[in-house]
Write a protein that binds this ligand. Structure first.
Ligand code: DX5
Ligand code: ZN
Length: 218
């Protein structure tokens, strides 16, 4: 299991310390939510934030684009030091072409979908991507309730992917907490993206370690 703390819920006045906490807690990714106030009704970070984080962490910078026209942001995010770039299938008319472009920049490519988007929309692009990000809340805000119906979606994607060595990893984003993490992992998730479930707890580093310990209890 990979833990990807979502810094949306963290202390933006001190992202360097947030990155240090993520490392101390055993996280392998740092998840950065990019919102454009168009694809979703909220506005967050651009490449400048990735650029700021890059020199202060060796963790994988996992960028989640919740934007219209993701293609225009590929180069700026690649140049800023992005490792993984995930876009929404609803926002891209040529997902296969875009995945190829992400790969040509030397980045890992991820695809995501809103809870209401039919899962079959992923099938054409699935053999090409490195990551599938299952949204388990409506994208746009942290701190929402996990949608239990998404457990079935995780199982469906996992069955479709199979268990080959080169299969894409499945990440789950939205409402993930210590209380529901086990069932999400048992459904087939590889990566847990967690915002408020880490950063709104009294000791985020300890909470990250507790999340990672869950895998020994499955
Ligand atoms: C929501 C974002 C999530 C968000 C998750 O649109 O994609 O990454 O930070 O936050 P929590 O874990 O609080 O639901
Ligand atoms: Zn996200």
């Amino acid at each position: 299991m990979i833990l990807a703390p979502s810094i949306l819920a963290a202390d933006w006045s001190d992202l360097r310390s947030v990155a240090t906490q993520c490392r101390a807690g055993g996280a392998r990714y740092i998840h950065v939510d990019v919102m454009d106030n168009h694809f979703v009704p909220n506005l967050t970070a651009g490449p400048v934030v990735v650029n700021g984080l890059r020199p202060v962490t060796e963790l994988v910078l996992d960028i989640h684009l919740m934007v219209t026209n993701p293609g225009t942001l590929l180069k700026p995010f690649a140049n800023a030091g992005t490792d993984n770039l995930t876009f929404h299938i609803e926002a891209e008319s040529n997902p296969i072409g875009f995945v190829e472009k992400i790969h040509s920049e030397g980045l890992k490519a991820g695809v995501s979908l809103r809870p209401g988007t039919p899962v079959e929309k992923l099938w054409p692009v699935l053999p090409l991507v490195d990551l599938v990000l299952v949204m388990s809340v409506e994208p746009g805000f942290g701190g929402q309730e996990f949608m239990p119906a998404m457990l079935d979606r995780i199982r469906t994607i996992r069955e479709r992917i199979g268990s080959g060595t080169n299969r894409p990893l499945i990440s789950v984003d939205g409402g993930v907490k210590l209380g529901n993490a086990k069932e999400i992992l048992l459904s087939g998730a590889d990566i847990l993206i967690v915002g408020s479930g880490i950063f709104h707890t009294p000791d985020p580093v300890e909470t990250m370690r507790t999340f990672l310990n869950l895998q020994t209890q499955l």
